[in-house]
Design a protein around this ligand. Sequence first.
Ligand SMILES: *[C@@H]1O[C@H](CO)[C@@H](O)[C@H](O)[C@H]1NC(C)=O
Ligand SMILES: *[C@@H]1O[C@H](CO)[C@@H](O)[C@H](O)[C@H]1NC(C)=O
Ligand SMILES: *[C@@H]1O[C@H](CO)[C@@H](O)[C@H](O)[C@H]1NC(C)=O
Length: 267
Amino acid sequence: MVSHRELILPSLLWIGILGLQAASLQHSATLKSFNGIINECSSYLSPGGGSCSDRCLGLVGRFWNDTVARPSVSVGRFYRPDPCDQDYINRTLDCICDTVLPVPRNDICQRASNGLQCYRYQYGRLVASDPLYVGITPLQSQQVFQECSQMLSLSPVQLQQIAQSGYSNSPEGSCLVRCYLIRAGLYTDSHGPDIARFAVQCEGYDDAYEASVGKCYQELKLKQLDNCTLAARMYDECIQSNKLSNSNIDIVSLLVGLVTGFIPVGK
Ligand SMILES: *[C@@H]1O[C@H](CO)[C@@H](O)[C@H](O)[C@H]1NC(C)=O
Ligand SMILES: *[C@@H]1O[C@H](CO)[C@@H](O)[C@H](O)[C@H]1NC(C)=O
Ligand SMILES: *[C@@H]1O[C@H](CO)[C@@H](O)[C@H](O)[C@H]1NC(C)=O
């Protein structure tokens, strides 16, 4: 049986190809504008969205997590500070201390609303229509891994070996990681890691994080590695081991998931 989805997908793809030439190298990366996020939420929630609409924006834009219960600093990329404003980060953080942290955690929607309010009024002007990178979820990562293992024709036995011996220890494992990173829109052979996207993905937000990833990659690049080894070692040494972030793409458990059919949950 041909599903509805299979019928509409090709035309959607075609519109995508025609309409988003700039995005033609994005592979599976998700880009969303703030207006797009608002539109998504308004189609899920009743008109006005009640007091929970800001939390919905955060969930769709992946800058909100109920456990953390304050906006991720990554939401800052949707706001453009005034170039003369030296104090917007401190004002925003003060505002969050004053208006978000005192709200009880079970009033999660109010915490989300107050948190976004701080960005609206203290951080900068909203960048409403530029599509920006939205972090990849574990479920999407799993799918990208699966697609890559098919494209690279890796057998279940090979996958098991990669999982057991470590992905950087074989050409197959390194090439699988390279494929994943390229397809997730986080890496290219010619330009290396997309540091701004890794900053969103791994919550490494400050100049020190970006500089450390850049320096680490430049050092690896001098070693004349093949493209797969360079990509896998970049991930291992510059992203996964980076002390200034919490890398939340767990390639090892994605590999195990691929071998066992188990899909990891979490951020
Ligand atoms: C922001 O706050 C920190 C710590 O409170 C302070 O050290 C820093 O100077 C402040 N930055 C600005 C630009 O005021
Ligand atoms: C490796 O990457 C470079 C770009 O830096 C590219 O020119 C070259 O074709 C790639 N080699 C392979 C084998 O894909
Ligand atoms: C929320 O963040 C916590 C702490 O970083 C993490 O353990 C948890 O998996 C996240 N939850 C979701 C649903 O992403």
